[in-house]
Design a protein around this ligand. Structure first.
Ligand SMILES: C[S@@+](CC[C@H](N)C(=O)[O-])C[C@H]1O[C@@H](n2cnc3c(N)ncnc32)[C@H](O)[C@@H]1O
Ligand code: SF4
Ligand code: SF4
Length: 485
């Protein structure tokens, strides 16, 4: 019998923890003390007995019978889920590969997300894992703005200047090598417009060659069939910005005539190539009335979609783009609609279930507010490293001077951002609207110039969100009472 990892299974070893990620069904699981078992299952088919022979070297004083028993116990559920493949020959292995497809009622990445059951969560060594990752900050995700140039000039965009700066392919490969070496797993390409980079196809390939997942954030206006083929080869995914089903309104947001046709045309071509696409529809004053049409369009294509109304200032703290963001009465109108229809949001503003789980002020003060410099980091086209998409005003280092490892471990700026907890946000811990708010260093910084000082607008929006969620819950209780009569 031959065994190998499935094409879209990614394995990383962090200390005594083995992390397994299956991209097709968003499966993920953590194992403790199983490293020597996973180390010998690779993408190359190997005989089961040969794998067990290799494992035996690490367990010299354990009998083969026990190793085989542990091996079967560990891998049988993973084989059943096709995360690890087993078969008589290469053809049989290949035939078991699972791929994302729209040609079914329920495309895999859309609904099959693995949700841990209560028992599974209890079984995970959470405190040990927390301690390990607190002592060994681990970079899981890297966001790379391959250029600042863009084909569009969106009214709300946080990019201050669309400079034709392109991060060279060789430099990107050097960073990717470090990233992989450090245990990194997810890479997203963005900008500006990443598909304008002359080497975008090579970059996509380079990411996959380093056994990382690849995602592109794109407006798709210059998405060629060659780029689509590269994404297919690399098992890539796409997040596409679509602002309206009215071509005139979409083009009014992007300030590029004909952009709606280009974007929608590319979405259809990505779909035909079976590439998972998430449609993102940020809401501004000029497009928010039509956001449900974009959601319906996505649904008709069996694609995921999300909206958001959190528009932040530009990366250089210029707030002139904020005149496009919803006024408070419009925000209330949108939130009522979103909550009623349970539309996915690209933020934690809307979360009716949170009330019961709200942390005490003391607990919240101890917590990190986000993953910036904790498990993720960004690289700008200029070579500057920065904490999270949009937060380019804080520079952590530069890839022309510093290695990724050095910036991640030794940069004083990285350490400063990583050390931030709820306690640093003054009044937020005691705030009654805290769980209806996305306390966010980037949004604060871009609007107030101080990453720890919230903009008044976000506080007002959190209060509205709280009211709307409470109102909805009251209605549901009333309805339940009526139904019970
Ligand atoms: C900066 S763009 C880069 C990728 C690509 N050019 C695109 O538009 O999809 C990534 C996403 O950020 C959103 N975005 C841009 N400026 C924003 C802002 N000021 N606040 C919130 N989201 C913003 C865009 O609408 C887009 O969905
Ligand atoms: S939001 Fe994206 S497409 Fe629009 S101007 Fe900014 S970078 Fe370009
Ligand atoms: S509403 Fe304002 S004060 Fe309250 S948690 Fe959010 S940012 Fe902090």
């Amino acid at each position: 019998m031959l065994m190998r990892l499935a094409r879209q299974t990614y394995v990383r070893q962090y200390g005594e923890f083995t992390y397994l990620f299956g991209k097709v069904s968003s499966f993920d699981q953590v194992f403790r003390s199983a490293g020597p078992f996973f180390a010998h299952i690779t993408r190359q088919p190997k005989k089961r007995d040969a794998i067990i022979d290799e494992i035996m070297h690490d367990y010299a004083d354990v009998s083969r019978e026990i190793v085989e028993k542990d091996f079967d116990e560990l891998f049988s559920p993973l084989i059943a889920q096709k995360v690890i493949l087993i078969g008589k020959n290469a053809k049989e292995l290949d035939s078991q590969e699972q791929f994302f497809t729209y040609d079914c009622d329920n495309p895999k990445t859309k609904k099959d997300t693995h949700v841990y059951t209560r028992d599974e969560i209890a079984a995970l060594p959470a405190t040990l894992m927390e301690r390990y990752f607190a002592e060994h900050p681990t970079l899981f995700s890297l966001h790379v703005d391959v250029t600042q140039a863009c084909t569009e000039r969106c009214r709300h965009c946080y990019v201050p200047e669309y400079n034709p700066i392109f991060l060279p392919y060789d430099k990107i490969c050097q960073v990717l090598d470090d990233f992989r070496e450090m245990g990194g797993i997810h890479v997203s390409l963005s900008g500006g417009e990443c598909m304008m980079h002359k080497d975008i196809i090579k970059i996509i390939k380079a990411i996959r060659e380093r056994d990382c997942t690849v995602g592109c954030l794109s407006n798709l206006t210059v998405c060629t069939d060659e780029i689509i083929n590269a994404l297919v080869e690399a098992d890539g995914t796409v997040q596409a910005s679509l602002y309206s089903m009215s071509p005139a309104i979409h083009d009014e947001v992007t300030r590029r005539k004909g952009s709606w046709i280009e974007t929608v045309g590319a979405i259809m071509r990505l779909r035909a190539a079976q590439i998972p696409v998430l449609i993102s529809c940020p809401c501004l004053r000029i497009n928010y009335k039509g956001y449900t049409e974009v959601m319906k369009f996505a649904d008709s294509l069996k694609m995921d979609a999300q909206t958001d109304f959190i528009i932040m200032g530009k990366q250089d703290c210029d707030t002139s783009n904020l005149c496009n963001r919803l006024h408070l009465d419009e925000t209330r109108e949108l939130l009522q609609d979103v909550i009623l229809k349970a539309v996915p949001m690209n933020s934690e503003y809307f979360s009716p279930g949170k009330k019961e789980q709200m942390l005490s002020a003391a607990e919240w003060r101890k917590q990190k507010v986000c993953g910036a410099c904790v498990n993720s980091m960004c690289l700008n086209a200029t070579g500057d490293y920065y904490p999270c998409p949009g937060f380019a005003g804080v520079v952590l280092g530069n890839c022309y001077k510093d290695s990724l490892h050095d910036v991640w471990i030794n940069s004083e700026e990285t350490k400063r951002i990583r050390a931030v907890t709820g306690a640093d946000f003054g009044k937020c811990a005691e705030c009654k609207d805290r769980d209806y708010c996305s306390v966010c260093m980037c949004r604060n910084f871009n609007e107030t110039g101080d990453m720890l000082k919230p903009a008044e607008h976000f506080c007002k929006v959190a209060a509205i969100n709280h009211e709307v969620v409470d109102e909805k819950q009251r209605q549901m209780i009333e309805m339940a009472k009526c139904n019970a009569l």
